[in-house]
Design a protein around this ligand. Sequence first.
Ligand code: FAD
Length: 433
Amino acid sequence: MSGKTYDVAIVGGGPAGSTAATLLARAGRDVVVFEREKFPRFHIGESLLPFSMKAFTRLGLHEKFRRAGFMEKFGGEMCGACSDEGVKFYFEDGFGAQTDRSYQVTRSEFDKILLDHARENGAEVHEESSVDEIAFTADEVTLQVRPKSGPAHQVTARYVIDASGRNSIVANKFKLKKSYAHLQKVSIFAHYDGVEREPGRDGTLTRMVRAIDRWFWMIPLTPERMSIGVVLDAAVFRNAKLSPEEFLEQAIAEQPLVADRMTAASRVSPVHVAADFSYRNRQLTGDRWMLAGDAAGFIDPVFSSGVFLAVLAGEQCADILDIVLDQPRKARRLFRGYERTLNRAMDIYLRFVDAWYTKEFIEVFLNPQDFLQIPPAVNAVLGGNIGTSFAVRWRMEIFYLLVRLQKWLPLSPRLTLIPKAQRVNNEPAGALT
Ligand SMILES: Cc1cc2nc3c(=O)[nH]c(=O)nc-3n(C[C@H](O)[C@H](O)[C@H](O)COP(=O)(O)OP(=O)(O)OC[C@H]3O[C@@H](n4cnc5c(N)ncnc54)[C@H](O)[C@@H]3O)c2cc1C
């Protein structure tokens, strides 16, 4: 390692970093990855989108996923906490669907497969090696690397991809982070065995339950195991003054759509708490750097877009740097294009997330009408279709218009989002018109 200048150094071996590493190594580039942890390590983010499937095909990962036994998922189900059942959607029905399925994964295993794959494809991977500092000159990048064992040392490369996740080492250095005050959320979650699910295809769906000030996910990971979590304003959790275990237990007990499936369930992991504050960086590239995945930005976990955006960014960084290494003059234009693509994707999810946190979103979503084929457009975005398809874009505009109108004009039934047992005088779910 000493004395040599790599083509590309990558900080972080999560989905963004390992995707970029595999593709650059395959292109014959000298690429090194520094990952702080020893894999497998715990990570949240278990439900993947079908629009990542093409990238997994390109990376040659499906066979490894099958061998790992990752569960295929075919769509999702959204429920209002006040209802007895939700609305299911299947990826195959989305506009421009590329495939009818995706995966639910245990992230520790998934991330290890991706990182090992990068190594097998020729990337030099150093686990338990933290990058503490990055310095830039006009021609190269110098990384201060601190391995868990052995002395700290410097490594030079022509370019660096920051894929360090929420640690965002480059964005912090240049103070690029802009956080969204209205999306200061926290997630409390654990894994359970023995949670009831529907038979067949419907048993693979992610179930989301929208309550008045929080929402729940139920993600089947294996035929036996399920990930269950609740997301809410960080302040609400703080003010409850309960331990994470107490809070999660109580939150589940209050939601029949979650609790009724858990009568025979047992918790098989610790209860985790993750601050999932949303943020973006004002700049995603610089003279010798590119930001990928959560290091570029993170938009609320509700639509499971994180790994999709990380893999997309990893792919694009690799393709762009492969060109730029030979033709540096193209860097400015290609970096600008990358920023545009990623910002557009984050804008799409940010708008979707902002709508989700209004009550009207779920009222409109739970009352799907075949009118103008709006549901297949919403379904497409839920699957990761962030393309420029006009067919999707104008329908999404109508969907957002319906959500806005719903505030003043109840086009869809109003919902309390309060479970039946908690409603005063057993008022109907669709009260409050
Ligand atoms: C509550 C919650 C639920 C979520 N649910 C989903 C979901 O269902 N589906 C989904 O797609 N996404 C989900 N996400 C988002 C998803 O977890 C992330 O978007 C995704 O992991 C981003 O991948 P990444 O490669 O950018 O970063 P990461 O996966 O975080 O990888 C970054 C890596 O960099 C390493 N690193 C950090 N700093 C350094 C350093 N200085 N030196 C060396 N290495 C370093 C870390 O150890 C880590 O391994 C969820 C997020 C949250 C908070």
